[in-house]
Design a binder for this molecule. Structure first.
Ligand code: SAM
Length: 145
């Protein structure tokens, strides 16, 4: 986990009291119960796991091995098989999964972590090439406290 800036944060991420109550927002946007959904920056699987129960297939991408390790532990503990959900190491600004998705989401401050115009352009190019016809890309706008 060399250079993983979230190595420590991953241990406490799921008990952070500032995490938003946004699962229902994403569940309500699932196009169907058999839809394939891609989560950009899936982290510990906070959103990925509950959505995996309600859709056909969840695919998560994240660059933090520590966050991914938590996500994979939770998938295993919940007995959610790889045919239903998987989470892999990857850069959300530069990826090619060879698969298209009915819904692509980026919950909770993922977009804000992009630092350069090239990263923003890369993310939207990847979203474009991975969306199924008629598919949508959503993130809940930050809520004003
Ligand atoms: C605030 S967390 C959100 C995690 C999850 N979506 C949630 O709602 O709980 C942001 C996540 O985005 C990931 N991330 C940020 N930039 C990334 C990039 N370029 N490629 C892959 N993952 C990235 C981080 O590693 C981190 O796990």
């Amino acid at each position: 986990m060399q250079n993983d800036i979230r190595a420590e944060a991953a241990q406490y991420y799921d008990v952070n009291p500032t995490i938003p109550d946004d699962i229902a927002f994403y569940q309500a946007r699932l196009p169907s119960s058999d839809a394939a959904v891609l989560e950009l920056g899936c982290g510990t699987g906070r959103v990925l796991l509950p959505l995996a129960v309600s859709c056909g297939f969840m695919y998560g991408l994240d660059r933090s091995q520590a966050m991914l390790a938590r996500c994979l532990q939770k998938l295993q503990a919940a007995a959610i098989p790889p045919s239903k959900a998987r989470a892999e190491h990857g850069d959300i600004t530069h990826f090619a999964l060879g698969q298209r998705f009915a819904l692509i989401i980026a919950p909770y401050r993922v977009f804000q972590l992009l630092e350069t115009e090239a990263q923003v352009v890369g993310l939207f190019q990847c979203v474009h090439t991975h969306l199924a016809p008629g598919g949508t890309c959503r993130r809940r706008a930050p809520q004003v406290q």
